[in-house]
Design a protein around this ligand. Structure first.
Ligand SMILES: C[S@@+](CC[C@H](N)C(=O)[O-])C[C@H]1O[C@@H](n2cnc3c(N)ncnc32)[C@H](O)[C@@H]1O
Length: 319
């Protein structure tokens, strides 16, 4: 079992969490902390975690308790031995403990056999304090999130999705090797993030300038052969699209900035339901009711609206 500590003050906290639940079967331990058991890998796999979005630290749980005193006792009972180490501290949600964290860290360090080294620690323990519990953990990995430099893309799009949200949706509903469909690909953000994550991808747009624009954007990111670009991006209208993928992600065109044309949106969603098994829709409105009416199942919606901006939702569903 390992712990995943989520990014602090994360704008898309609930979306990160849902992604980790859907992609890994991770479970909530407490606010900000998820756990998951690595059944298929005996060793912790950094590549899997690096592909995910919103994870701040990967930690191995050691012990936990509901008070500082109990945590010291529990740590003592673990009889830990360590290479030169430090103990770091992080707090999730508000603090209610009576003990100053520094004093508790000092007491915990006394329970670990080994030398404290601030300069060259070979192991890092993390004391995590939540409103109701104290956790002692060992740091396994700090994920690296390399954001693509979209400045390199020849075709920018004012309605483009952020790379983070595109990656999050790819992780949540597909696995490496799956065929992923983006029926409204615009500048190609989702297609690119999916290719980066080892998915097979097919992107479509009903406007030729965007078909060509997305192909050129892929080229700017190194997907250079003409054959490749054509293979990845094609011209089609999503309302009549016939394709058979494992998963489908759409940053829907109707309703974010311009007025919603519900009947066009409905026609599109009806058709898209025939194109894959699992879905992620970014939209200007909560689509839960509409998707239920169209007989989509297992619908989960996250509100991604950032203060003072246009409303935005992410709806996951199955056919
Ligand atoms: C919100 S943008 C998608 C932006 C894209 N995710 C990106 O990052 O650049 C919506 C796209 O849907 C396309 N679109 C609108 N109606 C469509 C339809 N019926 N079939 C296919 N594409 C459509 C538009 O041309 C536009 O490029």
């Amino acid at each position: 079992m390992i712990y995943l500590l989520l990014n602090r003050h994360a704008t898309y906290y609930s979306a990160y969490k849902l992604q980790l639940e859907m992609a890994l079967g991770a479970q909530k331990v407490t606010w900000g902390l998820l756990s998951y058991s690595q059944t298929t890998h005996s060793q912790f796999n950094a590549d899997i975690i690096n592909a995910l979005v919103g994870v701040r630290l990967v930690l191995e749980p050691i012990t936990q308790a509901d008070s500082p005193e109990a945590l010291i006792k529990a740590t003592q009972a673990c009889a830990l031995e360590s290479k030169p180490f430090v103990i770091e501290y992080t707090r999730i949600r508000k603090r209610v403990g009576r003990w100053p964290s520094r004093r508790l860290m000092g007491k915990l360090a006394l329970q670990i056999q080994g030398e404290i080294s601030y300069e060259k620690p070979q192991e890092r323990f993390y004391l995590i304090e939540s409103a109701e519990r104290y956790y002692l953990t060992r740091l396994l990995h700090v994920p690296v999130w390399t954001k693509p430099s979209y400045a390199q893309r020849p075709h920018a799009y004012s309605a483009a999705l952020s790379s983070e949200l595109a990656a999050l949706a790819v992780n949540a509903i597909s696995k490496p090797g799956d065929l992923l469909i983006d029926p409204c690909c615009g500048s190609g953000t989702i297609v690119y993030e999916a290719l980066q994550r080892g998915r097979q991808v097919k992107g479509y747009d009903h406007k030729w300038p965007w078909v060509i624009g997305a192909r050129e954007n892929l080229e700017a990111f190194g997907f250079s052969s003409l054959q490749d670009k054509r293979r990845f991006i094609a011209h089609a209208d999503a309302r009549t699209l016939t394709v058979n993928g494992d998963a489908l992600i759409a940053n829907l065109p109707y309703g974010r900035v311009v007025d919603i044309d519900m009947s066009r949106l409905e026609t599109m969603l009806k058709q898209l339901k025939t194109c894959a098994k699992r879905f992620a829709f970014f939209s200007g409105q909560d689509l839960s009711e509409l998707l239920t009416r169209l007989a989509y199942t297992h619908i989960k919606t996250v509100n991604l609206t950032i203060q003072a901006s246009h409303p935005r939702y992410l709806c996951f569903a199955q056919a």
